[in-house]
Design a protein around this ligand. Sequence first.
Ligand code: HEM
Length: 481
Amino acid sequence: LLCVLRRRTRREGEPPLIRGFIPYIGKALQFGKDAHRFLEAHRKKYGDIFTVHIAGRYMTFIMDPLMYPSIIKQGRQLDFHEFSNKVAPFTFGYPPIVNGKFPGLNEQIKRSFNLLQGDGLNSLTESMMGNLMLLFHQDHLEEGGDWKRGSMFDFCFSIMFEATFLTLYGRPASGCRHSGMGPLREDFLEFDSMFPLLIAQIPIWLLGRTKAIRKKLINYFLLPRMSHWSNTSQFIKIRAELFEQYDTLCDVDKGAHHFAILWASVGNTGPATFWAMYYLVSHPDALEAVQQEIHGVLRLSDVEFSSDRDVKLSREQLDKLHYLESAINESLRLSSASTNIRVAQEDFSLRLDAERSVSVRKGDIIALYPQSMHLDPEIYEDPQTFRFDRYMQDGKEKTDFYKGGQKLKYYLMPFGSGSTMCPGRFFALNEIKQFLCLLLLYFDLELEEGQSRATLDPSRAGLGVLLPATDVRFRYRPRTV
Ligand code: HEM
């Protein structure tokens, strides 16, 4: 209790300290309510570096993106994984991966991430294409040519959830779709709504039904069921084989690891797909430019699109869709809000640039909050506006963005940075591209009238791509071309 009540005071060389009045909680509530607004207000008052007391931890925010490289490359004194190694087991319900109990497991898990990239990405992309096509056919294309109404987040999330599931975990023993996907998705979303509280280390027994829901989600991945699945990705197969090597992991622990990957693979991709679709559908010029680009890339391979045939886009073809990629990146800029976290391993002086350094204490968190950079008008003119070609220049990818006249090394960070950067980022971009290609090729799309602009729900701020505050109504009709 004494530790909680004892108040830290600022020492010489340390950044300004913002404590709040409530012991332990500090500024957690204000930060959680709208992190971007909170940080901007404090930046104006205290400058680019300040420390905030949040839920028992001291977080030093580095707000100037010109200083990001010196944080991202710091290795020895700033640990990348200490935080996630503690938080992920608590959230997903598997035991902490300590070397004594699970020798080598952490390293092998990291190695498994390579299967999401390189050659592994080819088969994931091919499989995802087939699964998306299957779902579009069975659920949306075979029902006659009339306009249908839908809720956009629901539409995107249900397709991406199931197609990603099939691609990573494989198909059931009989049939090509798993039963119970709808309830599984509902449970997933309910768990996801509690995710910020779990990440803040609120005990799960205080969170109502969350523990029972997590148990149901984990149970979906128990071995007797998974062992009958076919077409499972190499990534999941290798991980399942790896877990079998550890007697210290029980079946439920293994299920919890698989569930954690389900969360990582759709928790952000679902909302990211929604925002990309929303911005394209609400910007007809962007929609048309991207549609033309897709037809152009198909024509380069001598494919003339026809709505009565299946279309297949290879990884190489997806790589050529530069305007589509720019549009997705632009929607990620507008909707992503993750925090990049490093933990100080000792008291030391953290160098920020040629002139400046600050003192940090062992155990303090050093945090980058890229949303502030993504919405900085000095870097991005008119930052709240969606410009589908913002990341294009002379037909090529634009990579030069400036702050204070200096070129930025990091200007778009939805996937984190440095050694903790998301290993699924290439797969994620390909999946979103594939979804949008099929959507724009096979359907006419319109927003329903009389709706206000979609806004971000800030409750997940700091943890990834934000959800829309309310769903968006739209109309869609299969094309006949
Ligand atoms: C980690 C973003 C899709 C797998 C992360 C991190 C971020 C992120 C910000 C944490 C990085 C850090 O701590 O600095 C996203 C976004 C996605 C996406 C915005 C979609 C738009 C995916 C997909 C997968 C995936 C499709 C596929 C399995 C992972 C894994 C980690 C991770 C396994 C943990 C890595 C580790 O422990 O080192 N992601 N991600 N992500 N992501 Fe993604």
